[in-house]
Unconditional design. Structure first.
Length: 341
């Protein structure tokens, strides 16, 4: 296995982590939308909290998919064909969310319908992306040529994958509540609701993480590469510490640190998935005719990976610079002059 293949394995998970951290709170805000906002002004405030950043945050998902296609085409073919219906539902949700946010301000007669679309369009990706990653870790039925050999959509559901999906959803809800608590005017009703919802969502994430861990070792039984089990234990402990610290600091009124620690916990989950899988890209379920797809069997040529690395050295800093500028320009809490309704 080449060093460039290993590099791109972890770079793809960095891109996934970037999406989970950045668009995760957008999705969480959408799912919690009706619980956080009770009147038109409050709903406008919640939408405004993600308005300047949500579309830029989606770039990380597109980049991760493109990088997987270019670096590991065999893994891309298996996952995207096997998860075809799930991927379509995720894309449908993202499209519906985008349309609802854009049309909501220009079509007041259909305001309730667009609000429902905003919530549903946020819920589908938040849940299904975790289910998909759970399947990659647990293993999927594979034919001899590497094609998915299971039942479409329903074949992707198992106790472990459902818990993984719910864990991803709980993390998005925690991040969404933490973001609104950070952006809403201090002491406002929206701020109080967000701060109140943040804790049960985080506790739910801790419980689901414990259940997922038990199911992983009792049912999935992952095979760790040398040194990766110790790394996984360390990452899991950091994840737990970040969530607990976020709860404690959030209860003390430090909304910024509560959000940052929650974001760090989300990144830890993706890192844990990476070390659990390595050096596999897609695990074949027990009884599959085909073998697991590994870095050695799926990687593109070193020439292709070298070109991708050069492009990434230029493109990733530009994307990061964009995000730094965007979040700096729109930093701070919102007030009445920021809200149009």
């Amino acid at each position: 296995m080449s060093a460039l293949a290993v590099l791109w394995f972890f770079l793809i998970f960095v891109l996934i982590a970037g999406y989970f951290v950045l668009d995760g709170f957008d999705l969480g805000v959408g799912v919690l939308y009706r619980a956080l906002a009770k009147d038109e002004r409050e709903r406008a405030l919640v939408r405004r909290s993600i308005g300047p950043v949500w579309d830029g945050n989606e770039v990380w998902l597109l980049t991760a998919g493109g990088a997987l296609f270019a670096a590991f085409p065999a893994a891309y073919a298996t996952t995207f064909s096997g998860f075809y219906l799930a991927v379509m539902l995720v894309l449908f949700g993202l499209i519906v969310r985008a349309v609802s946010l854009e049309f909501r301000a220009h079509d007041p007669k259909w305001a309730r319908a667009w609000d429902v679309c905003f919530t549903v369009g946020s819920l589908l990706p938040a849940l299904l992306l975790g289910v998909a990653l759970g399947n990659v870790i647990a293993g999927i039925p594979m034919a001899a040529n590497g094609d998915y050999a299971g039942v479409p959509l329903l074949g992707l559901l198992s106790p472990f994958t459902l818990v993984a999906g719910l864990l991803g959803l709980a993390m998005c809800l925690s991040a969404g509540a933490a973001w609104v608590a950070l952006k809403a005017p201090a002491g406002s009703a929206v701020h109080k609701r967000a701060a109140k919802l943040r804790v049960p969502c985080q506790v739910a994430a801790l419980v689901l993480f414990a259940v997922a861990t038990v199911l992983a070792f009792a049912v999935v039984k992952p095979v760790f590469a040398p040194g990766m089990l110790a790394a996984g234990v360390i990452i899991a402990l950091v994840f737990l510490a970040c969530v607990v610290a976020s709860i404690v600091l959030g209860r003390k009124g430090n909304d910024l640190m509560a959000f940052l620690l929650q974001s760090a916990a989300a990144a830890c989950l993706v890192a844990l998935a990476a070390v659990t899988l390595f050096p596999n890209l897609v695990v074949a379920a027990p009884g599959s005719v085909g073998a697991s797809i590994t870095l050695m069997s799926a990687a593109s040529s070193d020439t292709s990976l070298a070109w991708m690395t050069g492009i990434a050295c230029v493109g990733v800093p530009l994307v990061l610079a964009y995000h730094v500028i965007a979040y700096r320009v729109f930093r701070g809490r919102l007030d009445d002059k920021d809200v149009n309704y």
